[in-house]
Design a protein around this ligand. Structure first.
Ligand SMILES: Cc1cc2nc3c(=O)[nH]c(=O)nc-3n(C[C@H](O)[C@H](O)[C@H](O)COP(=O)(O)OP(=O)(O)OC[C@H]3O[C@@H](n4cnc5c(N)ncnc54)[C@H](O)[C@@H]3O)c2cc1C
Length: 299
């Protein structure tokens, strides 16, 4: 069932639990999702209404003033299927709104390896492809065979994977006005026993729990890493002595320099001020530019 909500608070749809009301919040669901999404996109374009595509909202900082336009929520478009299998190689088709964690579970149920690193990632497959999400030394582009999109003219087209289109936290879709409909992912059959796949997934999920990923609302790591620094952004922030710094309700986690947590009543303004403070300190002390990886959703 599709639903449309007026003045829907974005704090209810982002893992930061921050964000004011969206004028219109659209969540098409079920088999007709691609057609319904195309209609909404077409309406927004024809009427010149700003539109933002939302997955699980796990990498987004939404403004306190909300969004003057349409939020198109993709998270109701779920489903995984085995598309092809030859020898030990399997291609999985995963709809964009499927949780990455759920896709990993689907692979496990079918004794397929290759998706374990996605276990515990709180985003959707569409969001993971758009961000080229990276966990446990593996990026989603490492297992991507292709992506189906609604392109700029709202045609449903296949975009085959090309190595040169992807880099650390970069996908070709970040510079295009498209909607990711589904992703085709490589998996392997018979390379690992089902129990070994399950154990790996449990290890990753436990690691996230141990690192307190879900203890407070957040959007995961705030800043991108850069191999030229020789250490992760979180370590740099820790060495700058900034862990535990708080502005309003937003706090740099005491246990992870790259996590900003919402201690209860943080505003987007608090988070933005904290981001600016960290950037300024890194610039002045080390001469480096910390680049946010979170997406800013402004009115
Ligand atoms: C506790 C925690 C831990 C995290 N750990 C990691 C980690 O280990 N590695 C990592 O890389 N990230 C991590 N993240 C960040 C986040 O989960 C990932 O970036 C995830 O891939 C984002 O997916 P999403 O569905 O939440 O996207 P959203 O946050 O909803 O959107 C992110 C961007 O993608 C676009 N987008 C989303 N879906 C589509 C679509 N179908 N079509 C077109 N554009 C789309 C949105 O417009 C937006 O610009 C973490 C976040 C949290 C809260």
């Amino acid at each position: 069932m599709d639903f449309f909500l007026h003045d829907e608070p974005l704090s209810a749809h982002t893992t930061f639990k921050i964000g004011g009301p969206a004028d219109l919040y659209a969540k098409p669901e079920g088999e007709k999702f691609p057609e319904r999404a195309a209609q909404i996109l077409s309406h927004a374009r024809n009427e010149n209404i700003p539109l933002f595509i939302l997955g699980a909202g796990s990498n987004v900082l939404a403004a306190d003033a909300g969004f003057r336009g349409i939020i198109l929520d993709v998270s109701g478009w779920r489903g995984c299927a085995i598309e092809a299998a030859a020898g030990g190689s399997v291609l999985l088709r995963v709809n964009a709104g499927t949780r990455a964690d759920e896709a990993a579970d689907f692979a496990l149920e079918n004794s397929l390896s290759g998706l374990e690193f996605l276990a515990g990632l709180p985003g959707t497959i569409g969001g993971a492809v758009w961000m080229n999400a990276r966990c446990y030394e593996k990026s989603i582009s490492d297992i991507l065979a292709g992506v189906e999109i609604l392109d700029e003219s709202l045609k449903r087209v296949a975009v085959p994977y090309k190595h040169e289109d992807y880099a650390y936290k970069k996908s070709p879709f970040q510079t295009r006005n498209i909607l990711i409909v589904s992703a085709c992912l490589h998996a392997q059959m018979g390379r690992e026993a089902k129990n070994a796949i399950r154990l790996k997934m449990e290890t990753y999920r436990k690691d996230r729990d141990a690192k307190k990923h879900f203890s407070y609302p957040s959007a995961g790591s705030v800043f991108k890493n850069d191999h030229r620094w020789g250490k992760p952004a979180g370590k740099i922030i820790e060495e700058l002595g900034l862990r535990g710094t708080q502005i309003g309700g937003a706090r740099l986690a005491d246990w992870h320099g790259n996590f900003i947590i919402n201690t209860g009543n943080a505003s987007a303004r608090d988070v933005s001020a904290l981001i600016a403070l960290v950037q300024e300190k890194a610039r002045q002390t080390l001469g480096i530019e910390l680049e946010p990886e979170i997406v800013f959703l402004a009115p």
